[in-house]
Design a binder for this molecule. Structure first.
Ligand SMILES: [Zn+2]
Length: 376
């Protein structure tokens, strides 16, 4: 049916525009950020009370107390570009969700602003001449975030603001120099083939990085294989040593076996251990634990959990680049590095920058066979 005097093309155009506007309004995270994509970061997880500041329906709420007894989700927009959670300021907006009876606060912001709150937390204090290391960190952190978008979609966010993903502390931790590193590499992501890589990084490798399979189960991607690193010798974690009395050492190991799902039988005593080592990364490949009743094979990626950190129940051994020997009544653990050892060595990246290498040279040293691309 045609209406006299009405241009049907204009009506269809109008209906189309209204539909797009309604859809965009229903999808608050789509298409509104710089670069077109936003990231959702869980900044408070499973708490029973939180104080938030921001704008809701044109009204500004300052340090508003929220408990699980309300209606959720609550979405707050920014005032002067900022919101706050427990007095910590963030760029972008906030969403408070109730999950299993507790509150989760999600900061929704554009990628580049997110990175400004990550890079200084992850690389630490740097000087002007180390700017290239911060740029390498910015590209690695951007790549990691891109590759992990949607990983917790059932919970309504993409990344934790902790070491579980990347440490993110919002506006207060931003620094002029690291902001320049983010802006100077805007949109740059590391690719292998057509995929953003799994951009792992760590504090100190101790002379050679680890294969992915030294730290996690599964095969190593070609760009996460062990490479030599002559650059982290000045790290305080480059070499370290722990000495334990033999009885204490075996008691400690025995207590931690349940963390890797091994339960010793009644009366079963640990007698000795032997170690095999990866030829490429020089890290522990397997540890064989012999008892009076059995032998247990413990793979490389369980070693840090098994050894742990004496005195810290949740702790991990600093690295699995360790040599363990007995001398009289003592067990001596001589180790190198700090962290899982996979991908970019941050102390190494800083020293490469000190020696005049640029961020591309740093990244291509640690992530072999990759290419930087600019994405929107
Ligand atoms: Zn290193």
């Amino acid at each position: 049916m045609f209406l006299p005097g009405v241009d049907m093309n204009r009506i269809f155009l109008l209906i189309g525009l209204v539909t797009v506007i309604v859809l965009l309004d229903c999808m608050p995270y789509v298409g509104k950020g710089r670069g077109g994509r936003l990231v959702r970061v869980a900044v408070e997880c499973g708490v029973d009370e939180v104080h938030i500041s921001g704008v809701l329906k044109n009204k500004y709420y300052a340090n508003h107390r929220v408990t699980p007894a309300g209606t959720f989700p609550i979405r707050l927009g920014p005032k002067d570009g900022k919101v706050s959670v427990n007095n910590r300021e963030y760029r972008g907006s906030l969403e408070v969700r109730k999950i299993d009876g507790n509150l989760w606060v999600i900061n929704v912001l554009d990628f580049e602003s997110y990175l400004k709150g990550v890079v200084p937390c992850e690389i630490g204090g740097i000087s002007e001449r180390q700017l290239e290391a911060a740029k390498a960190q910015a590209v690695a952190a951007r790549t990691y975030a891109r590759a992990h978008i949607g990983q917790y979609s059932e919970l309504g966010f993409d990344l934790y603001a902790t070491v579980q993903d990347q440490v993110y502390k919002g506006i207060a931790c931003e620094r002029t120099l690291t902001n320049r590193a983010v802006e100077g590499t805007a949109g740059e992501v590391l690719f292998h083939g057509n995929q953003p890589i799994e951009a792992k990084y760590h504090s100190t490798c101790g002379g050679r990085t680890a294969d992915f399979s030294d730290a996690w189960s599964g095969a190593s991607p070609p760009y996460l294989r062990s490479v030599l690193c002559r650059y982290c010798t000045r790290s305080p974690h480059y070499e370290w040593k722990k000495v334990m009395e033999k009885g204490d050492f075996f008691a400690h190991i025995r207590n931690r076996l349940n963390r890797i799902n091994i339960v010793l039988k009644r009366g079963e005593l640990i007698h000795s251990f032997r170690i095999t080592r990866s030829r490429r990364s020089h890290r522990i490949k397997e540890l064989f634990l012999t008892t009076n009743k059995d032998e247990y094979k413990i793979p490389n990626y369980r070693i840090r959990t098994l050894f742990g950190e004496p005195g810290d129940p949740g702790g991990l051994l600093k690295s699995n680049y360790v040599y363990v020997r007995t001398k009289g009544d003592e067990v001596i653990i001589e180790g190198r590095g700090f962290g899982h050892g996979v991908g970019m060595c941050q102390f190494g990246a800083i020293e490469m920058a000190n020696q005049g290498r640029n961020y591309r040279q740093i990244l291509y040293h640690y992530y072999r066979g990759t290419r930087i691309r600019r994405v929107r």
